[in-house]
Write a protein that binds this ligand. Structure first.
Ligand SMILES: Cc1ncc(COP(=O)(O)O)c(C=O)c1O
Length: 487
């Protein structure tokens, strides 16, 4: 006994000793009324000071786990008996048989559990997360301390289901500056885009059980749509966005409960939908009266060309677009803060759903983001991040052009490029061959709604060093040429 005590750095030692002794009592290694080692002995056994043990025993006595006998020492109290359950109470359940369809499907669709893991020296193009080296930590710390000193007590208590009011006000103005008419609209703060999307899908009536979207599209969105039981109709992408003719034919064929679009830096193709297409798309949606869920993903990461307003801006005072925003790619995904901007009546229902499910998004996270934005940091950060990502984007683009035998290459900005090879090329085979050479990427097939895309791949470049971008893409290109006899 006492040989497995390990100190954790930074945590008060007396608490660690107290917890360790408590665990021994709970496990039954120390029995009721058993005498404990003297404070001096235990100090020696655990390699800590005698005073530390005195403090630990005093805490244990306060909790009623230890009692002292005058002149004799400390003993384990009756109530501290080990709680080892009798075998009749520790029965086993076959959990897989007790799980919902949703749980089973979520596990089955979980790419994180099935994807290739990057070894230490692997060049990985799988991530489209921001490069954490760009994070301006000093401004984040300033924002946190600033907000805490203004209203720390309030922030640590329960907040509002709809979200932290100053952040909502800030984001309402932010959306107005994107050309959105916010009259009659309201906002709900969520844990990123993903929770907003999940809530909206849960709120919509499934009269037809079907959704229409771009094909390919955001993999997490496909997963969520499937978990909600939607039939997914994906519509082919063209170089300037969704294929409107195909979309219209699909709309004529059957009714849909909603549409989901990623008009800017679409994931995975990186395409920005043209202004003309946005207007024509909205006309179709209005003709068929389909609610539009707009994913405002990456709008801020435009490297060239004019600002294109979001779909919700083209809808003017109309109430049919549900815009879901997130700074996950632009700022800090770890904060998990996103927003739903939509018709006031709809937000009212979403607010109640949010309250029922998880009360509210962490006020601490929301207030930190608010203060960071309020201090004017977004603009400065974006200027730096955009310059860095643009440089990497151009390097990736040029290297692909030089070495990869693609059929088409798309991506107008953002954090990734999408590569399509000739129809017969199996990118899975390419990935296996590249993995053996220490380079990995994401199979494009995962983003397709109908099992297509086996000749496509996505290259995320945001977290790859310049020299690795060049080395990795060269390997991908050379391997593709060898495998498929292409030049
Ligand atoms: C298309 C799209 N939308 C939204 C997001 C952001 O999701 P979240 O805010 O939940 O991190 C991503 C992240 O990869 C994405 O690819």
């Amino acid at each position: 006994m006492y040989h497995d005590f390990k100190l954790i750095e930074g945590r008060p030692v007396s608490i660690q000793v107290k917890d360790y002794m408590k665990r021994l009592m709970i496990k039954g290694a120390l029995q009721p009324h058993q005498k404990l080692p003297s404070t001096r002995e235990l100090g020696v056994l655990l390699g800590v000071s005698r005073n530390t043990v005195i403090a630990a025993y005093a805490e244990l006595a306060d909790e009623g786990r230890v009692y002292a006998l005058q002149g004799k020492g400390n003993y384990v109290s009756e109530d501290s008996a080990g709680s080892a359950a009798p075998s009749s109470l520790s029965w086993q359940l076959p959990w897989k048989e007790r799980l919902s369809r949703q749980a089973l499907l979520a596990e089955e669709l979980d790419l994180m559990k099935r994807g290739i893991r990057a070894g230490k020296d692997t060049i990985s193009f799988t991530s489209i997360a921001p490069d954490e080296k760009l994070f301006d930590l000093d401004h984040v710390k300033q924002a946190f301390l600033g907000r805490m000193s203004v209203e720390g007590h309030v922030l640590l208590n329960y907040g509002y289901a709809k979200g932290y009011k100053p952040l909502i006000q800030y984001l309402m103005t932010y959306m107005e500056n994107k050309g959105v008419d916010v009259q009659g609209k309201d906002m709900l703060i969520t844990a990123g885009f993903t929770e907003g999307f999940d809530l909206v899908l849960a709120a919509l009536q499934q009269k037809h059980g079907a959704v229409i979207c771009e094909n390919p599209t955001h993999h997490t969105a496909i997963k969520n749509l499937k978990l909600h039981g939607f039939d997914i109709k994906g519509v082919t992408m063209e170089p300037d966005g969704i294929h409107l003719g195909e979309l219209e034919r699909a709309l004529e064929e059957r009714p849909y409960d909603c549409a989901y679009f990623v008009p800017s830096y679409h994931n995975p193709t990186g395409i920005v939908m043209s202004m003309e297409k946005r207007l024509a798309l909205m006309q179709l949606m209005s003709r068929y009266e389909i609610p539009v869920i707009e994913d405002g993903f990456n709008e801020e990461l435009r490297y060239s060309g004019a600002h294109v307003p979001p779909l919700i801006a083209s809808a003017g005072s109309g109430n049919s677009v549900i815009y879901i925003g997130s700074f996950s790619k632009v700022l800090f995904p770890g904060l998990r803060v996103g927003w739903v901007l939509a018709d006031r009546e709809l937000i009212d229902y979403l607010e109640s759903m949010k309250r029922a499910r998880n009360i509210h998004t962490s006020t601490l996270d929301q207030s930190l983001l608010y203060q960071y934005l309020h201090n004017g940091n977004l603009h400065k950060y974006l200027k730096r991040a955009r310059a860095e990502y643009k440089r990497k984007y151009e390097l990736t683009l040029q290297t692909c052009k030089a070495f990869v035998p693609y059929k088409t290459l798309s991506g107008d900005g953002g954090l990734h490029l999408f590569v399509t090879f000739r129809e017969a090329c199996s990118v899975r085979e390419l990935l296996e061959a590249c993995t053996r050479q220490g380079v990995i990427f994401t199979l494009g097939h995962h983003f397709f709604t109908d099992g297509r895309g086996s000749n496509t791949l996505r290259l995320g470049f945001s977290r790859v060093a310049d020299e690795d971008i060049v080395r990795g893409i060269r390997i991908i290109g050379d391997t593709a040429k060898q495998l498929w006899g292409l030049e």
